[in-house]
Design a protein around this ligand. Structure first.
Ligand code: SF4
Length: 90
């Protein structure tokens, strides 16, 4: 799996998924500071999410990280069922 594909992998917790829009992301790294439990940065400074379920507290941190993302690249989505995969076509 390529690093670009890793960018859009979802983290799911309590029906909430975190996604990163790799086009909009400007590699500030703020999300990794606000959600270090689930987001690391690749060698270019782009976020990579780990794909595991989040605890309720981590979901709160994820919401804060999404709200703080300066380019709105980090988004939370409601997800039905289990782990969300990459968006169609990726
Ligand atoms: S805070 Fe937003 S723009 Fe910055 S690295 Fe994270 S997703 Fe990308």
């Amino acid at each position: 799996m390529s690093a670009r594909r890793d960018l859009v992998r979802a983290v799911v917790g309590d029906g909430t998924a975190v996604r990163v829009d790799p086009i909009a992301c400007a590699a500030h790294g703020l999300c990794a500071e606000l959600l270090p439990e689930a987001v690391t940065l690749d060698e270019w400074g782009y976020p990579v999410v780990d794909g595991r379920r989040l605890t309720a507290e981590e979901v709160r941190h994820a919401r804060r990280a999404a709200a703080a993302c300066p380019t709105l690249a980090l988004r939370l989505e409601r997800v039905a069922g289990t782990l969300a995969g990459p968006p169609p076509g990726h």
